[in-house]
Design a protein around this ligand. Structure first.
Ligand code: FAD
Length: 346
């Protein structure tokens, strides 16, 4: 079901035409671009093409100028660069001021951001400061034929409908987009563009939080579903929470992350951050191993873009086998220990 929200009084505000260009906010971590930024450049290129406008990337950080080349190669015509020690670690205050100032100065028509922890923190706050709306957690984007506005589509009412939302009266049109719903563009290293260095106006006293410590990545790797190359997921078929130790061990041996079906999350076997699917995360690893998962449509919605899907299920007729590239019919509690031992030998 698709619902399109069209406000009754859809008269554009007089000055919306002053806003030009599609922007992608590039999230970086320790000087490395998060994949979602590149995915959004690919999609932003299509929107900018359809609107006849330029595509710009916005990077905020310390020592991040070398990223510009990668962003041009991935489709940006222009890169706005804001650098300073105050941006070394993400902080709500510094980044909000920086992005708000940039929007006020350069007036983009559209801003795409990743629906990551940082994007979900930054996007709504900036939207509020610049007096516009934001469509959160989108799973597809397009152009509304009638109005030429960006059509932001996202699950609504617990995933029971897909709502398409337009932003007719305010600018910029803003939205956060789930990681992994779009493919990264193939880089074209012959592309170049314009680098715009912007001076920072953030003062130390503007930042109300203090950076204390960065937790080591190994402590959080099993939750990093967004960027994992291998994901091992468990469902109700794992039987009880203790059996998830096998899922965790296989993920660990592969250097991957742990996923779960909603049934496993609802049973309290894994926290919700591990849930894959329509109301969980959308993932796109190289290899997705589904253990004791039936293959409900809502689960498939979150993992069907994985390069290779391997299913372990004791029911040979389980729907997941229709979508899997490789299937093992058997009890996951028997198969997983063998798989773990064999992979350890490699
Ligand atoms: P089941 O469907 O119960 O499947 C268990 C499977 O394990 C079976 O195929 C069985 O043969 C197999 N099995 C049993 N024992 C073993 C064993 N020892 N070894 C191997 N295999 C075994 N679900 C999600 O996952 N993610 C979502 O984001 C999500 N969003 C939803 C949103 C909405 C609006 C709705 C209505 C539903 C949503 N669901 C979601 C729920 C979804 O419909 C399914 O109920 C859910 O995915 C089922 O989880 P499961 O495959 O683990 O369990």
């Amino acid at each position: 079901v698709t619902a399109i929200t069209r406000p009754a009084a859809a008269e554009p505000a007089a000055d919306t035409g002053d806003y030009q260009g599609v922007w992608v906010y590039i999230e970086q971590f320790q000087g490395k671009v998060r994949n979602v930024g590149l995915e959004l450049l690919g999609e932003g290129r299509k929107l900018a093409g359809a609107m006849g406008q330029e595509l710009a990337a916005v990077v905020i950080g310390e020592g991040v100028e070398p990223l510009a080349r990668e962003l041009f190669a991935s489709g940006a015509d222009k890169v706005y660069l804001l650098e300073g020690a105050e941006y070394k670690h993400y902080s709500t205050d510094a980044y909000t001021i920086a992005l708000t100032d940039l929007i006020t100065a350069y007036k983009p028509s559209v801003i795409l951001m990743g629906a990551t922890n940082d994007g979900r923190d930054l996007g709504p706050r900036v939207a509020c400061r610049v007096g516009t709306g934001l469509t959160a957690d989108c799973t597809s984007l397009g152009i509304d034929e009638e109005t030429g506005l960006v059509a932001w589509t996202r699950p609504a009412f617990g995933g029971n409908i897909m709502a398409t939302i337009l932003c007719p009266n305010h600018r910029p049109q803003m939205g956060t987009v789930r990681p992994n719903v779009f493919k990264r563009p193939v880089p074209d290293t012959s592309r170049s563009g314009e680098l715009v260095r912007v001076a920072s106006k953030v003062k130390a006293e503007d930042i109300r939080t203090k950076f204390i410590e960065l937790l080591t990545l190994s402590e959080t790797a099993s939750c990093n579903l967004d960027e994992a190359q291998f994901i091992v997921s468990g469902g109700r078929g794992m039987g009880k929470p203790e059996n998830f130790a096998l899922i965790e061990e296989l993920a660990n041996v592969l250097g991957g992350a742990v996923g779960a079906s909603r049934a496993a999350v609802d049973a309290g076997w894994k926290p919700a951050i591990h849930q894959v699917g329509q109301t969980g995360k959308t993932v796109a690893p190289k290899v997705y191993i589904a253990c004791g998962i039936s293959g409900a449509i809502q689960h498939l919605a979150g993992m069907s873009t994985s390069d290779i899907i391997i299913a372990i299920n004791k029911d040979a007729d389980a729907p997941i086998f229709k979508f899997a590239d490789f299937g093992i019919v058997g009890d996951a509690l028997d198969v997983l220990p063998v798989l773990i031992e064999e992979i350890k030998k490699l």
